[in-house]
Design a protein around this ligand. Structure first.
Ligand code: 5GP
Ligand code: MN
Length: 370
């Protein structure tokens, strides 16, 4: 019997700025398992804070408004040891994320997926994701008021609308989002979940634990795997689909906890996903997704009026996709074109050795100091 080629994927729940600790844990697990991992997927609350200025656009309680460890990977002091993909959560560097609405590199080897996107990656035929949170109004940057910093992470109905069109394309291997799809708890051991998290009881009973918009997407897109975070607990579920479809007959849902020392609270999990022998190893744009973005571009323009989604938009045809591929040439690989768009944070902070404070700028030195 031939050995099946597999992709070795590590998945984490919320990162909460603890990227350094996550990579340290990965290196440790790699030596224990005597394996090298191909890809790390982070399901939001990633907190890619580049410098103290980014804390102005970071929505979190005061005691959580800290630099974290991402800035070391941004400044170049450290390098991410493997390709890392992340989706936005409700605690993000929202000003920075607004620079990359369709995704992009936030540091060498660390790729943000944007509001919603699809990629072919490292032998997976397709990855997709949706953003974090229930519907709400959405505002453009700069995020000045408390309200607009909150609205920055809301799921836009245009993203759900776009993602729905993926059902006509090739099957999805992995879908990842910050929040759980509301209703997923019916397909797993919710009794154990409620023993660990009794304060979810009301929401589970009323089928509203999670994002109300994304369970329909799960049923329509039928990805083989769906990863999520946000509720800070490990949970699995298996959603059956009708066997008539060419896509996966079940979706395996996996939610993970946030980084912590307790071995019973799992925040990282390793999966070996079977892949084709000849599958490519690069992160690439997905032609169908590019065609969907182009066909729906006018829906993302900012106006003072409410914009409603059309009741129907015909999905991109093979001709649309062919012409798009033609305009790209044959090469859909996402180039490694990371650029600094803000000054990296560097220690020492020049505030008598202490980190500068977010809230006070010294008028003489223009430094943020306490
Ligand atoms: P975050 O880290 O995003 O600020 O907060 C996550 C925490 O908020 C979770 O651990 C969970 O306790 C709580 N939470 C988030 N969404 C819900 C929800 O829909 N229902 C309930 N009951 N709690 C939630
Ligand atoms: Mn969260």
């Amino acid at each position: 019997q031939r050995h099946q080629r597999t992709l070795k994927v590590a998945v984490v729940g919320c990162s909460h700025g603890q990227l350094e600790a996550i990579y340290e844990r990965m290196v440790q697990m790699e030596s224990q398992q005597n394996a090298k991992f191909d890809l790390l997927i982070c399901c939001g609350d990633f907190q890619s804070i580049r410098n103290h200025g980014d804390l102005h656009h970071f929505h979190a309680p005061f005691h959580h408004r800290k630099l974290g460890t991402f800035y070391k990977y941004y400044s170049g002091e450290k390098v991410a040891p493997l390709l890392t993909l992340f989706v936005g959560g409700n605690h993000e560097s929202s000003g920075f994320m607004a620079e990359l609405p369709n995704g992009g590199w936030v540091a060498p080897n660390i790729f943000y997926m944007g509001y919603a996107s699809v990629s072919n990656s490292r032998c997976l035929s397709r990855l997709a994701l949706s953003p974090p949170f229930p519907f709400g109004h959405f505002e453009r940057p700069p995020f000045r008021e408390r309200g607009s910093v909150v609205s920055a992470y809301h799921v836009r109905s245009v993203d759900i609308f776009r993602l729905r069109h993926l059902k006509d394309g090739p099957p999805l291997d992995i879908f990842f989002s910050h929040d759980w799809p509301a209703g997923i708890t019916d397909f797993g051991d919710w009794e154990t979940l409620l023993r660990i998290k009794p304060h979810f009881t009301e929401d589970v009973r009323n089928n509203r634990l999670g994002n109300p918009a994304t369970m329909d997407l799960l049923h329509q897109l039928k990805p083989a795997h769906w990863f999520a975070a946000h509720l800070h607990v490990h949970f699995t579920a298996v959603v059956p689909h009708s066997s008539a479809s060419p896509t996966a007959s079940v979706t395996r849902f996996l939610a993970l906890d946030k980084p912590n020392e307790n071995p019973r609270r799992r925040f990282i999990q390793f999966l070996h996903i079977p892949i084709a022998e000849d599958a490519p190893l690069d992160l690439c744009y997905d032609p169908q997704w590019l065609a969907i973005l182009r066909a729906t571009d006018e829906l993302t323009q900012f106006t003072d009026k409410s914009v409603f989604m059309p009741s129907a938009v015909s999905p991109p045809t093979t001709d649309d996709i062919d012409s798009l591929l033609h305009s790209f040439g044959a090469d859909l690989r996402i180039p490694s074109n990371f650029l600094h768009t803000a000054p990296p944070e560097r220690e020492p902070w020049n505030c008598k050795g202490r980190p500068p404070s977010l809230y006070y700028r010294n008028p003489q030195t223009q430094q943020f100091c306490e």
